[in-house]
Structures are given as structure tokens and as C-alpha cells.
Design a protein around this ligand. Structure first.
Ligand code: PEP
Length: 248
């Protein structure tokens, strides 16, 4: 039985005043104990977020793959864990594109996160050109084999399928495209990690999830939750997504 997870990625938005949004989000999390809720604010807001809402799961958006070292401007998974973060997003397409993060780098970051006692939320997804070329499922399968560590367990790794062209665009794949891709990811996880582990790892969908489309997307087979960008920034938009997940 895979519990649904609704995770918010605040990206580089928000300040201390914005943490007021967490009050209603935490209330919705408490009111819907059958699902998991996570918010990933900018790393400097992790500790203040937990000070405001100690019961809410708070995650980070990135970590370095080394435990420590001369890496100016970076933070390790252990440092994030010490701040109270329980999860860390790795391999988001914005970082794969802008920071040239490879599958090997994403895998190394996941291992580092797991070693620090965190859950790695590993993002995969094809570009628009790759989908148009009919390569989406091959590309994503390759990303699963390359980015997910062989040490992955259902309680240490979560996968998020995020078509690059759907992020922040208002576009989403069709229901059939999501169903098919999540089945492909499930098969890749089972092939890499064995049936027991592969079938228990959660696979989220991310890319323009909103209150309007959440119910439909979250009802698809093998969609175990959502990674939400823009619509996670306000409780008014995020809470209905939590409630949609809880209603399934
Ligand atoms: C994201 O960046 O992970 C994301 C899914 O963004 P949005 O929901 O805004 O498309």
C-alpha cells in the first residue's frame, strides 16, 4: 500500500513572511492523516518553517553529493538534516539544465541524502523535443537506471516524473501519457531493484498540477502523489490539492 504524498517545491520564492502560508497547509495535513504532505522551501527557510510549524514535514530542494569539503556556496545533506529537513529533491530538471547535473551526479546526491538519513526525491522527465521524437519512455527509463541508486528502498527514495515541458507551462500530458509513463517507470524500478522494492517505491507526477486537474491526475494507476511548484506557494491553491489526494 503506497501512501499518497503531496509535495510542494517553492523553488527560489518566499521569505519569512510567506511562511504564514504554512499554517493552513499544516492544518490540512493534520486534517488528512491518510496522506503525506511535504513542503520544500528555499534552504534558508527550512529552520524557520519548522519553528513555525514543527509538525509539518519540510524538505530541501538540492544537496551536494559530498558529506563536506571545499565547495563554496554548497550545503551537504547532513547539514540539511541537522536543520530538520527530512527529504531532499535531487535532479530537478531546472538543475539538470542550468547546473548540468548528470544522472551519475543525481545518483551520488541521492546516496548522500540516504547516508544522512533523508529521503531522496529523484526527478526524471523528458523534454518537449524528446517527446515529439517518440523517445520519452526510453529517455525516462534511462534516467531511472542512471539516477536511482541500487540501494534505494521504499522509505529512502521517491521518484517524481516531471515532463520538462509541463513544468510551469500550464500544460500537462494526457491521462493516457501519464498512465503509460508511470507504468514504464514502475517496470524500470522493478527491473533495477527487484519486484518487492520496485513496486513499493512511490512515483509522483509533477508539472502544472493545480486544484483543477489534481483529482484526475492523482486517480491514475501508479500515480502516488504530486510534486507541485507554483500551486504550492499559497495555501489557497495547495490545500485543495491535498484534499483531492485525500479524497481518492
Ligand atoms: C516543479 O517545478 O517541480 C513543478 C512541478 O512546477 P509547476 O507545478 O509550477 O509546474
Amino acid at each position: 500500500m503506497r501512501r499518497k504524498l503531496i509535495a510542494g517545491n517553492w523553488k527560489m520564492y518566499g521569505d519569512r513572511a510567506h511562511l504564514a502560508e504554512l499554517d493552513a497547509i499544516a492544518e490540512a495535513a493534520r486534517a488528512n492523516p491518510g496522506i503525506d504532505v511535504l513542503v520544500c522551501p528555499p534552504s534558508v527557510l527550512i529552520a524557520p518553517a519548522l519553528a513555525r510549524q514543527p509538525g509539518l514535514a519540510i524538505g530541501a530542494q538540492n544537496c551536494h553529493d559530498a558529506p563536506e569539503g571545499p565547495y563554496t556556496g554548497s550545503v551537504s545533506a547532513a547539514m540539511l538534516r541537522e536543520c530538520g529537513a527530512t527529504h531532499v529533491i535531487v535532479g530537478h530538471s531546472e538543475r539538470r539544465a542550468a547546473q548540468h547535473e548528470t544522472d551519475a551526479k543525481v545518483r551520488a546526491k541521492s546516496k548522500s541524502a540516504i547516508a544522512a538519513g533523508m529521503v531522496a526525491l529523484v526527478c526524471v522527465g523528458e523534454t518537449e523535443a524528446e517527446r515529439r521524437a517518440g523517445e520519452a519512455e526510453d529517455i525516462v527509463t534511462g534516467q531511472i537506471f542512471g539516477s536511482v541508486t541500487k540501494y534505494a528502498q521504499p522509505d529512502t527514495v521517491i521518484v517524481s516524473y516531471e515532463p520538462v515541458w509541463a513544468i510551469g507551462s500550464g500544460l500537462t500530458p494526457s491521462i493516457e501519457e501519464v498512465r503509460s509513463m508511470h507504468a514504464t517507470i514502475r517496470a524500470a524500478l522493478c527491473s533495477k531493484l527487484g519486484e518487492a522494492i520496485g513496486s513499493a517505491i512511490r512515483i509522483l507526477y509533477g508539472g502544472s498540477v493545480s486544484a483543477a486537474n489534481a483529482s484526475e491526475l492523482l486517480a491514475i494507476e501508479n500515480v502516488d502523489g504530486a510534486l507541485v511548484g507554483r500551486a504550492s506557494l499559497t495555501a489557497a491553491q495547495f490545500v485543495p490539492i491535498i484534499e483531492a489526494a485525500a479524497a481518492i
